[in-house]
Ligand binder design. Structure first.
Ligand SMILES: Cc1cc2nc3c(=O)[nH]c(=O)nc-3n(C[C@H](O)[C@H](O)[C@H](O)COP(=O)(O)OP(=O)(O)OC[C@H]3O[C@@H](n4cnc5c(N)ncnc54)[C@H](O)[C@@H]3O)c2cc1C
Length: 520
């Protein structure tokens, strides 16, 4: 009897979801397939792995160009950091609190918020975010339970629920910048079930929405809310890659950049599932001497480095399993022939594009005190009499003490959100000038900046519309019918780094389980 051959699995997409999937494939594989760790190819179209995690040297320090922190109370990212040995590199956020630009000036965010939604009236009233009349309107929530008609079941937009109970100004000045800001979207469309499930539950309770949200259990202890990495989030990616391709491990993982997967076909003669249990020891050979042999799936590869994998110029790779760790649009294209249903559902997930302008400014040129981690700019708050381009600002060297230096203040201005793509019409110099101009008005800066860097993230944030979770369940169900295939990434069940890590690992387990089934 021949020993079971090691399955070959492709991870398509080298963002944090894809890399986490690769990690799970090699660290948990024995359990599922019984054939030892699979041979894993991570295929990344771009010229570097990490996707939306990227860091760079700026003004003598390592700064993040997109995500700069992850939620500490979700376990997935912290656990991964422990497993790959970067736990000691984690740094807690150095200050708390933030402000909102509202009614003409920066106002500290009120205390007692639950994900941006007030849970007590008095701190909100005192914050000045609302006019006296608007504040009074909020008290209706305390005295008139269920302002709307009968309780509505199922998903609703975040704005719908909060607007009905606390009024539109709370939505526009607090909830949209905070919850909408996390997704660079707008709460008028964002699904409460997908972005803030506790809000749905609270809205079904009788009595005040604020009190219901205030009763929700809060994380105990003094653990930090956010972690960052001393050397930037790219150091998490770098360490993960080092571990995955470590020649001293028994794993066979190769990571290829500049290789896009342009099409997936089902290998002929093998229609009903991978058969990694024997017969073709060279199937899905990673070194390319028999790239078309054995696997269930055949990947058509493109990109400048494709030939380096297949070795024979054919541009195809045979694999037994696939984790598709891609944004919704490329995933939709690759799934179109195999599951029109999944492809159709994926193609309707919209994305917003954002930009980040990182600036180095002389501290003594800034005439306002920099309190907390920064400030948010609601869509309805103009700057200089015009609709603001900036959506928020992070005082990087306050938020992260390891970025502090006596001579320079590092400040990051964020631009763009769903429905506002004006930043894409500006070149880097124009965008920097516009962002700095607005910042100078808000913080009363006299003088210029000594260094700047623009980073653009097109198709950055998937928009979880009302009904998103049902859409995702249908996509997952449709993809589960394809042998050895699973999807992962920010398009599905959370855009944050922990959610993406969890999604990659879960997709990897799904693929292993499917291959384990087919080899039995
Ligand atoms: C500006 C910004 C700030 C953020 N801030 C935070 C934050 O502070 N905290 C937080 O937790 N999260 C934050 N996020 C969100 C988080 O960074 C992302 O949601 C997450 O990194 C997405 O990971 P992913 O692996 O799902 O997707 P991606 O990182 O998009 O990776 C997908 C990869 O697939 C590749 N690809 C696409 N098509 C193909 C193909 N056909 N073949 C091969 N490869 C392909 C792409 O090149 C890409 O590298 C931020 C995001 C942005 C843009």
């Amino acid at each position: 009897m021949t020993a079971p051959r090691r399955p070959v699995i492709a991870v398509v997409g080298g963002g944090i979801a894809g890399l986490s999937a690769a990690w799970e494939l090699v660290t948990s594989s024995d359990i599922a397939t019984g054939a030892g760790p699979p041979i894993v190819h991570v295929l990344e179209a771009g010229n570097r792995v990490g996707g939306k995690l990227d860091s760079a040297e700026f003004a003598g320090r390592t700064v993040d160009l997109a995500a700069d922190a992850f939620l500490a109370r979700r376990p997935e990212a912290t656990e991964l950091c422990e497993q790959i040995g970067v736990r000691d590199e984690l740094v807690p956020v150095g200050t708390t609190g933030a402000s909102i630009l509202a009614r003409g000036r920066l106002r500290p965010m009120p205390a007692a918020l639950n994900l941006g939604v007030p849970t007590r009236w008095w701190p909100l009233a005192r914050s000045g975010l609302l006019s006296p009349g608007e504040s009074l309107r909020v008290t209706k929530d305390l005295v008139m339970p269920h302002l709307g008609a009968a309780p509505v079941s199922g998903d609703r937009s975040v704005a719908d629920i909060i607007g009905e109970r606390l009024g539109r100004p709370v939505v526009e000045r607090l909830v949209d910048p905070l919850i909408g800001g996390i997704n660079a979207g707008g709460v008028d469309e964002l699904s409460a079930a997908a972005t803030f499930p506790a809000l749905i539950a609270a809205s079904h309770q009788t009595g005040s929405l604020m009190r219901s949200l205030g009763r929700l259990p809060r994380p105990a202890g003094s653990a930090p809310v956010f972690w960052s990495l001393r050397q930037g989030t790219a150091s998490l990616v770098d360490r993960l890659v080092d571990k995955l391709v470590n020649p001293r491990s028994a794993w066979d993982v190769s990571i290829h950049t500049g290789v896009s997967v342009d099409a997936i076909t089902q290998a002929s003669g093998n229609p009903s599932g991978g058969n990694p249990s024997g017969g073709n020891p060279s199937g899905g050979n990673p070194s390319g001497d028999n790239p078309s042999g054995g696997g269930t799936w055949r990947l058509t590869l493109g990109g400048i480095n494709a030939a380096g994998i297949t070795g024979n110029g054919e541009g195809a790779l045979a694999v037994d399993g696939i984790v598709l760790a891609l944004p919704a649009q490329p995933a939709s294209v690759l799934l179109a022939v195999h599951s029109p249903m999944a492809a159709g559902l994926l193609s309707a997930i919209d994305y917003s594009s954002v930009g980040v302008v990182t600036l180095a400014v002389q501290p003594d040129a800034i005439n306002r005190r920099l309190d907390g981690t920064g400030f948010l700019v609601p869509r309805t708050s103009p700057i200089g009499g015009r609709p603001a381009l900036m959506t928020g600002c992070t005082y990087l060297s306050r938020k992260w003490p390891h970025l502090a230096s006596a001579g320079t203040e590092l400040i990051r201005v964020s631009v763009g959100r769903y429905g506002d793509e004006r930043h894409t019409q500006l070149d880097d110099d124009e965008l920097t000038a516009a962002a700095f101009g607005e910042l100078a008005q808000v913080l009363d800066i006299h003088g210029g900046f000594s260094d700047s860097r623009v980073t653009r993230w097109s198709g950055a944030f998937p928009q979880y519309r009302v009904g998103h979770l049902i859409r995702v369940a249908k996509i997952e169900e449709a993809v589960a019918a394809l042998p050895g295939m699973a999807v992962a990434g920010s398009a599905y069940r959370g855009v944050g780094i922990p959610a993406c890590v969890g999604s990659g690992r879960s997709a990897a387990r799904t693929v292993l389980a499917s291959l384990g089934e087919s080899s039995r």
